[in-house]
Design a binder for this molecule. Sequence first.
Ligand code: ZN
Ligand code: FE
Length: 263
Amino acid sequence: MITVTALPAFSDNYLWLLERDGHAAVVDPGDAAVVQAALDARQLKLAAILITHHHPDHVGGLVTLAAATGAAVYGPRAEQARIKGLDGLVDDGDAVTLDRLGVRLDVLAVPGHTLGHVAYFEPRQRLLFCGDTLFIGGCGRLFEGSAEQMHGSLARLAALPDDTAVYCAHEYTLSNYDFATTVEPENRLLAEEFRRLQGLRAEGRATVPGSLARERALNPFLRSAEPALVAAVRRHEGHDIADPVEVFAALRRWKDGHQPRIR
Ligand code: ZN
Ligand code: FE
């Protein structure tokens, strides 16, 4: 069994540490010092670094950590020009095998937030490391890709098994739920979950990972074909809109302009 631990960094990032029998891997080490401190405290040897996309809060500690530990660095081939220090270039459909941890991760291309963004999925324990693509109650901003690309990427992630644990890279959950409950003020399940998550945060606990089943049931960005969402987006846009990709695009724009009531 692999153990996964959140290493909080910056204001709201989680760097994910995978470990087994004294060996470790880290996903998106934005800050080398945070990872090094965890390795030292737990006496772990870093075998691998996995990168989802090129943004600095995900790759900032890569070069320092790789030099200090000799870890192999895997990241998206499509972003190789923008990420210094990649050893293993991965594409959609590839698998990354980490012998020291006895684990294999499947690579899924999930363009949208960036064009080369990838996610890593461990099928036995059903662990999904999805970077800035799917968040708890939300999704990443469209910095490089189109709404159609992001919609397709989220649909691929949503097709993974129900009990998949979603390890996203940011604690954005409460502001995502703030938006989701603005879109669907009548959705009782959403309101109940929002209260539960606010309770967790009030105790200083992480809301990540979440389950994929819950995301499929509650995350508005995975539900753009549902009548309730279509109706809400129609009201907001003030005109007819039905195509799920267009509903998704309108929802994403709505969120971009939304001022959270909480934070
Ligand atoms: Zn990002
Ligand atoms: Fe990020």
